[in-house]
Design a protein around this ligand. Structure first.
Ligand code: SF4
Length: 325
């Protein structure tokens, strides 16, 4: 990573964030690209692979999610946790595909001790395969976060999803403050934070600005900031949501890049539903991390061949080194 920390700010005002977000698109992308080049190679993408280690049957009611037991989505019913051997095999395949980070997600409100112990074994196995580890297991207290840190966890994903103002429209079974409490516990344990949100939940531009403001004014910027485009799933309350305007994705990513210059901004879920040109604009705006592989937690992702062709056409390459340690 290039650059120093002199340009890292945590005191962005709401007005400043709104002014950046609302710049003419050409100016916004130009500024984002200039910031991007101070810290990262402009042609390099971090590649992560995501594995659902325990799907469905979740007691939470996130309106976008097919794993909630409260909706009629395809993963309403839960499945048991994968075995460590299954996770190890998937990690090995991810490494062969060119990934440097292996992200494991479980549909929990909060993990129980036995589940944490299984997760710890998975962390050890994935690290043995030579990959950075990331987990998303729901809410954690400080002791649980320390337990995962001791197991070797590099990153913990816990998205804020949307603005504090709109949060209650999307999730009623927990609050934004619950979310921030877990983020504090993870940070206190010394685990890198992966935290971002979703575009296309029916939020307004003001909500997107407010979400970015919250992310950029956390005590430490998340090391990874996934920006997801909603993939509407049958049976969920957002099944008929209007797809977001592609330029709002570009604006969100460019603003995130300017506000959080050293963070990896991930163009996460929803890439398959975007045109090659819209994806390319997102990379130009400062996105430099992606998920590889045909499957995310519950939704599809571009086929590896399609990604390879696109990155070749764009002259972009996958990053080969890791940053966590
Ligand atoms: S997003 Fe996570 S916490 Fe929310 S319902 Fe889905 S699995 Fe549960």
């Amino acid at each position: 990573m290039r650059g120093d920390t002199a340009d890292i700010r945590h005191d962005w005002t709401h007005e400043e964030v709104a002014a950046i977000y609302g710049l003419p698109l050409t100016e916004l992308v130009f500024r984002a690209q200039a910031v991007h080049r101070q810290h990262f190679a402009p042609d390099e993408l971090e590649a992560c692979v995501l594995l659902n280690i325990k799907s469905g049957g979740c007691p939470e009611d996130c309106a976008y999610c097919s794993q909630s037991a409260r909706h009629d989505g395809p993963q309403k019913k839960g499945t048991p946790m994968l075995t460590v051997a299954e996770v190890r095999t998937a990690a090995r395949e991810a490494k062969q595909r060119g990934a440097t980070r292996f992200c494991m997600g479980a549909a929990f409100r909060a993990p129980k001790q036995r589940q944490l112990e299984q997760a710890a074994e998975m962390i050890v196995a994935v690290r043995e395969e030579g990959l950075e580890t990331c987990m998303t297991l729901g809410m954690l207290d400080e002791a649980q976060a320390r337990f995962l840190k001791q197991a070797g966890l590099d990153y913990y994903n816990h998205n804020i999803d949307t603005s504090p103002e709109y949060y209650g429209e999307i999730i009623t079974t927990r609050s934004m403050e619950d979310r921030l409490t877990t983020l504090r516990a993870v940070a206190a344990a010394g685990i890198n934070i992966c935290c971002g949100g979703i575009i296309g939940l029916g939020e307004t531009r003001a909500d997107r600005i407010s979400m970015l403001h919250l992310l950029a004014t956390l005590p430490a910027h998340p090391a990874s900031v996934p920006i997801n485009r909603l993939v509407a799933i049958e049976g969920t309350p957002l099944a008929n949501a209007t797809p977001p305007e592609p330029f709002e994705m570009v604006r969100t990513i460019a603003t995130a890049r300017i506000l959080m210059p050293r963070s990896r901004i991930r163009l996460a879920a929803g890439r398959r539903e975007m045109s090659d040109e819209a994806q390319a604009l997102c990379y130009l705006a400062g996105a430099n991390s992606i998920f590889l592989g045909e499957r995310l937690l519950t939704t599809g992702n571009p086929a590896p061949d399609d990604d390879e062709k696109l990155f070749h056409r764009l002259g972009m390459k996958l990053q080969v080194h890791t940053e966590a340690n």
